[in-house]
Design a protein around this ligand. Structure first.
Ligand code: FEO
Length: 396
């Protein structure tokens, strides 16, 4: 169902209240999501993005209630990923000759997904499309925010930046605007989305923010492709992304571990006690990797200044949950984090050495050799962990 968002601009998307996993099973969407499509009805009518394929039929039922499909003059595909292009096959079957504006990489991606030769009009940054009534669309390539094909589209006159995935959140809300959403949930999903989806491309985010600032576009609204749109404190929205894109950290230490019989868990908790003794202010977060939500873990690492990674040695390796977390950390490529490794072992103790090596390899500043304990930690061993925690707090 369409909702007017400003003058002749309408939200045409789908609120997915039931979504609990995204990107296959990679991303937990505890608060659902939305797929935001926008319809602009000026002298020319333009559709920006569509919805995910499971909702294509619904989209194609609703869209003709708002506009005779034959009156759509252009389709803008800001991003080819299927959550935004999924309804394009059905749409383009109805309007096969309508031009599809996207980046050159967008042409490749859309062809790669749908194997159709639609009426593509590749655009570059600064290209424009006149839509009448004195308004035009300005295209801004945004490669790697978060795919090579991604672009933003700016609507003059109404001063709206259609930013696609950037600035979005996986949050089901039918209120459209961020200022109307539950603020605690919005904040939680906002930073989780950056940490788990946008963070690997922070260098490009930083450059794009500078580029957009230099364009001096008056931006009154940021219309995302997921979750809520921003219409208040736009400067703060950009400032937030600027902070997140530049080695973001809070006064937090995150301890992540997995444990077979509780020894490494006891070490984690003793280290946490030591950190607390040394620093009454720092926020300490402890995650069991086999129990906590992976995306919550990554968000907490993103927010932290340091991370301690723990695993017992098992078959000469670390536990698979810990290996998976380190691989995820490699991909997310957070910057400016300090780290160390710890864990129990019985007879050889390779895990902690391997964890330290991987942490260094993926760009973490490993501050010391960590701590390991042979067999089950007893009182003196746990005291040593407390002392280690105190020392670690002093190094980060
Ligand atoms: Fe929301 Fe990159 O798709």
């Amino acid at each position: 169902m369409a909702q007017k968002i400003k003058n002749n601009v309408y939200w045409m998307g789908k609120v997915d209240w039931q979504l609990r996993r995204f990107h296959g099973d990679e991303y937990s969407t505890n608060h659902g999501s939305t797929y935001n499509s926008y319809l602009i009805k000026e002298e020319k009518s333009v559709l920006i993005d569509t919805v995910w394929a499971p909702y294509s039929q619904e989209f194609m039922r609703e869209l003709p209630k708002e506009i005779d499909l034959r009156k759509i003059d252009a389709v803008i595909a800001n991003h080819a990923e299927v959550d935004h292009s999924g309804a394009m096959e059905d749409l383009m079957r109805s309007i096969p000759d309508v031009p599809v504006y996207c980046t050159p990489n967008g042409v490749k991606s859309l062809k790669g997904h749908y194997h159709k030769d639609w009426n593509f009009k590749p655009v570059r940054t600064g290209d424009t499309l006149d839509i009448g009534h004195g308004k035009k669309l300005v295209f801004i390539e945004a490669a790697m925010l978060h795919w090579p094909d991604t672009m933003f589209t700016y609507l003059t006159g109404d001063n709206i930046l259609f930013s696609n995935d950037a600035f979005g959140q996986h949050l089901a809300t039918d209120k459209i605007f961020a200022d109307l959403a539950d603020q605690a949930t919005l904040r939680e999903e906002d930073i989780k989305y950056y940490a788990n989806i946008i963070a690997p491309w922070s260098k490009m985010v930083d450059a794009k923010l500078k580029e957009i600032a230099a364009m001096r576009l008056p931006i009154e609204m940021i219309c995302t492709s997921h979750g809520a749109c921003w219409r208040k404190d736009i400067g703060k929205v950009f400032a937030k992304y600027d902070a997140w894109a530049n080695a973001y950290q809070e006064n937090r230490i995150c301890i992540i571990y997995d444990s077979m019989w509780g020894g490494t868990r006891a070490m984690a908790e003793a280290i946490a006690r030591g950190i607390r003794m040394a620093d009454g202010e720092v926020e300490i977060i402890v995650h069991s990797l086999s129990k906590s939500d992976k995306n919550d873990v990554m968000t907490d690492i993103f927010r932290s200044k340091a991370v301690l990674v723990g695993s017992p040695s098992h078959n000469k390796c670390m536990l698979s949950s810990v290996a998976a977390a380190l691989e995820e950390m490699r991909g997310l490529a957070f910057k400016g984090k300090k780290a160390a490794a710890f864990g129990c072992y019985g007879w050889s103790g390779e895990a902690q050495v391997r964890m330290s090596a991987i942490l260094k390899e993926i760009g973490y500043d490993v501050v010391d050799d960590g701590i390991k304990n042979v067999w089950e930690p007893d009182g003196p061993a746990l005291d040593a962990c407390v002392e280690y925690g105190k020392a670690f707090a002093g190094k980060v």
